[in-house]
Design a protein around this ligand. Structure first.
Ligand code: PLP
Length: 407
């Protein structure tokens, strides 16, 4: 019934109170209802070479979820349409002034044959925060969840087989009114389109080669570096091109003083020192990544296991504070995090003066975290934190939706 509703062309943009959804007695976790033989999850398309996908638009044979909002009014009902061009007038605010934000979320096919979204509530909260920062009408979190869930259900046969990638969802929100004036738009459009994706840095790479970059900066203090604003990205292309020409995969940006690490163009930075302390920059001008937050939360798991001596490597610590370029260049391992990249090992970091090449890539701590994360995402272990959201069951909004955002 949920499935049928989803395939209707127009979905009602309901904003029900959580309590209105029927809750299953005695079982608070939706995962427990379904055995692996459930047929509610459409099988992956036949004849697709999933392993060949990198991180780009792999197909146009998908459906997108669209909604509109006139400034000062409610969001109109969600619509499902074939992927294709959007009609925009040249005077649309997004084209002239960049009033727009985006998100990135992945849906995975798990070892239990389910399809799940990873922490979409967190993206929904960030999407709403970003909308407010750019003076756009935020999508209520529940409507956002309904929209991403619809996008997954409508494109479920594009969710790759378990372990062979993910379906990437790209929500956009932008000023689509034809206004010309230098002011917030009179109309807004929300679109979610999708593509199956594989590895971010291309298949078969053992680690990213990163350049510590001083001659351009990504974000200013008190600017919009902490928002997934469209304007933050094109400005990074030239540094990326120069870095690539010099044999690097991408750039790591420093703060305005050129001393402390901010992050990469679309992923957060972590490094591990010789004392097995994991370092990651504090929030501020960096983007508050969901993957970053997940690792910080997993650290309490690690600390617990260390106390119980259930972990072989029992001396790992995590520091969230300013990370100097020096610390990164003296590290034993490093990695980047993002929904697109996952936990992507870094094999080499170079500044103008110094460089480091890590002996083992991914290093042992990186590998441990990669495993912890993918075990949860692919349901090899119990989802104790309730981070997984099943778009095929009626939303039993998981605990994660009510946790105050840590960003
Ligand atoms: C999206 C993004 C990240 C990673 O965020 P996730 O929520 O983990 O995907 C990191 N840095 C920047 C600049 C980003 O745009």
């Amino acid at each position: 019934m949920w499935q049928r509703q989803a395939s209707a062309t127009v979905l009602r943009a309901r904003q029900r109170h959580v309590a209105d959804w029927p809750r299953s007695a005695g079982c608070s976790h939706p995962a427990a209802h379904f055995s692996s033989s459930s047929s509610r999850y459409p099988a992956p398309r036949e004849g697709i070479e999933w392993q060949k996908f990198g991180f780009s638009l792999a197909t146009r044979d998908t459906r997108m979820v669209v909604a509109n909002c006139e400034n000062g009014k409610m969001w109109e009902p969600l619509r499902v349409e074939p992927y294709g061009p959007l009609a925009l007038e040249p005077s649309a605010t997004i084209l002239n002034y960049g009033q727009g934000i985006f998100e990135g979320i992945k849906a995975y096919r798990t070892t239990k044959d389910r399809i799940v979204l990873f922490r979409p509530q967190k993206n929904g909260l960030r999407f709403a925060d970003g909308a407010r920062r750019m003076l756009m009408p935020p999508l209520p979190t529940q409507l956002f969840l309904e929209a991403v869930s619809t996008a997954v259900r409508e494109n479920a046969d594009w969710v790759p087989p378990c372990g062979q990638g993910a379906l990437y969802l790209r929500p956009l929100l932008f000023g689509s009114g034809a206004d010309l004036g230098v002011k917030p738009s009179s109309h807004y459009t929300m679109v979610i389109y999708v593509s199956p994706v594989g590895q971010y840095f291309g298949p078969g790479t053992s680690g990213a080669r990163m350049q510590l970059y001083k001659s351009q900066q990504r974000a200013a203090p008190s600017g919009q570096g902490n928002v997934k604003a469209v304007g933050n990205y094109a400005q990074c292309f030239s540094a990326q091109r120069m870095a690539k020409a010099d044999g690097f995969s991408d750039v790591i940006y420093l703060d305005v003083a050129g001393e402390y690490i901010d992050e990469a163009a679309a992923s957060n930075f972590f490094c591990v020192d010789a004392n097995r302390v994991i370092h990651t920059p504090q929030l501020g001008s960096i983007l508050p990544g969901v993957t970053r937050d997940t690792i910080i939360q997993l650290d309490s798991d690690i600390q617990l296991k260390q106390q119980q001596r259930a972990l072989k490597d029992s001396d790992i610590q995590l520091n969230v504070r300013k990370v100097s370029a020096k610390v990164a260049l003296a590290a034993k391992e490093a990695f980047l995090t993002g929904t697109g990249a996952g936990i992507a090992p870094v094999e080499h970091i170079a500044s103008d003066e110094e460089s480091v090449t890590f002996g083992e890539s991914p290093g042992p701590v990186t590998q441990m975290l990669q495993k912890m994360l993918s075990d949860i995402q692919l349901e090899r272990v119990a989802d104790n934190q309730r981070w997984l959201h099943d778009p095929f069951v009626q939303p039993d909004f998981s605990k994660d939706s009510f946790v105050e955002p840590t960003f």
